[in-house]
Ligand binder design. Structure first.
Ligand code: ZN
Length: 308
């Protein structure tokens, strides 16, 4: 039984229209599902990914309109890293981000920047056997496009507190001080800790990460839930998120983890050619549609302009 790297990363935005623009128009991801938070259907849940809406490329946002900016601190993910293919890709992004008014800093094989609400993002040139997970965009050649997640880094005062869970329970492999890789048969992803900033604790809010989800096969998911429970971590029961199934728990350093299934996927209720174009509600929420549509901020279809 082995987890298959990062499934998705979920964050918070206070500005859904600006968020759609940045992740689709600027970063070139595809909006693959426009839905609501299943625990609060007045709140958008937006999913951006590759062309197919694959796990491993899926960054998602809850929108709390006007939410104040947060700040990552101990027990919170502070950086989300995407893979790119080459140093040429980093040069492309350095220039593209600059033309969008986004400052970035380039170090060897990495480009760091922030989204419009201060979320730490990074592109990394890495060599892995994993399939590149790429979305189409008219201004972004496929060979320089984002290829899915490389991993996430969080702040933790004592990385060793999480070692037993990561290595013994979840199957992460240590790769250095405070750094691990979680690799399955199909994909791998990195997880690491850095020393928390001296300036106080974290503040959840716009531009912060809510949780990171690791991918499980459909068959093993129940067993993973039991395994985490047996390790004393008090996971939630398996929750049906319709496009995947989820179990949540906090790891010992406080980062909210989810284990999410590699199916059924975003195509079960939308034509794969038209993912993300209309507001999709899980069946249990469909009866709330007229109320929900009234309170949600209208969003553009990011691909409408392509054919105009
Ligand atoms: Zn999630």
């Amino acid at each position: 039984m082995q987890l298959e790297g990062v499934h998705h990363v979920t964050c918070i935005t206070g500005d859904a229209p600006g968020n759609v623009r940045f992740y689709t128009d600027v970063l070139g991801l595809r909006l693959v599902k426009k839905t609501v938070n299943q625990d609060d259907p007045t709140v958008y849940h937006l999913f951006y990914a590759d062309e197919e809406g694959s796990a491993g490329a899926d960054i998602t946002f809850f929108e709390y309109p006007g939410a104040r900016r947060g700040r990552a601190g101990a027990g919170m993910v502070h950086t989300v890293t995407f893979r790119v293919a080459s140093e040429d890709a980093l040069a492309f992004w350095e220039s593209r981000l600059a033309s969008e008014g986004v400052s970035s800093s380039r170090t060897h094989a990495r480009l760091r920047f922030e989204d419009p609400e201060g979320l730490g993002l990074e592109l990394a040139v890495v060599s892995v056997p994993d399939e590149p997970l790429v979305a189409r965009h008219p201004q972004i050649p496929a060979e320089v496009a984002l290829q899915g997640f490389d991993g996430v880094r969080a702040f933790a005062a004592d990385p060793d507190r999480s070692r037993a869970l990561l290595e013994t329970v979840l199957g992460f492999r240590g790769t250095g001080e405070g750094s691990w890789e979680l690799r399955g048969e199909l994909r791998g992803g990195l997880y690491g800790y850095d020393t928390p900033p001296a300036a106080g604790g974290g503040v959840p809010g716009a531009g912060t990460v809510h949780h990171v989800a690791w991918a499980s096969t459909m068959e093993d998911h129940d067993a993973w839930q039991r395994r985490v429970a047996d390790a004393g971590l008090q996971p939630t029961p398996v929750i049906d998120r319709f496009w995947f199934r989820s179990v949540y728990f906090r790891e010992p350093n406080g980062v909210l983890f989810e284990l999410a299934t590699l199916g059924p996927g975003f195509g079960i209720d939308e034509d794969p050619d038209h993912l993300g174009e209309s507001l999709i509600l899980p069946p249990a929420f469909e009866h709330l549609r007229s109320q929900v549509e009234k309170v949600l901020t209208p969003l553009p279809d990011p691909r409408v302009a392509w054919t105009a």
